[in-house]
Design a protein around this ligand. Sequence first.
Ligand SMILES: [Zn+2]
Length: 121
Amino acid sequence: MFSKSRQPKIAIISIILIAGAFVFFVASYLVDSAYSTYLMVGGLALLIASWAVYFFMGKPDKSKQETPENVITVIGCKGCDFREERAFATGDYIFKEVGPCKKCQGVSYIRAIYSVTPKKE
Ligand SMILES: [Zn+2]
């Protein structure tokens, strides 16, 4: 699991791979023979490897950020201690009256709106 943010170790690995690729490219330029092509290919392979390391291992854990928040609306009553929670609906705001109380038929209203992040395991 890579629950922590981008690890510095991965950045170092990719830098080393890029440096290696650079050495390969310079060598392919200096070596005037059939090997220069192989050195070029080797350098390209190192570049791709460094990109792959960075992309696959250094990716921050997005699953936590994408966890949807549950917004809860708390309904209270002006006449009694009735309290109810339900899912937030569009148009909900605090102190909005939401019809008769289920317990005493008094005026019930939205007391609070809050969000909860469900814990995923
Ligand atoms: Zn009531």
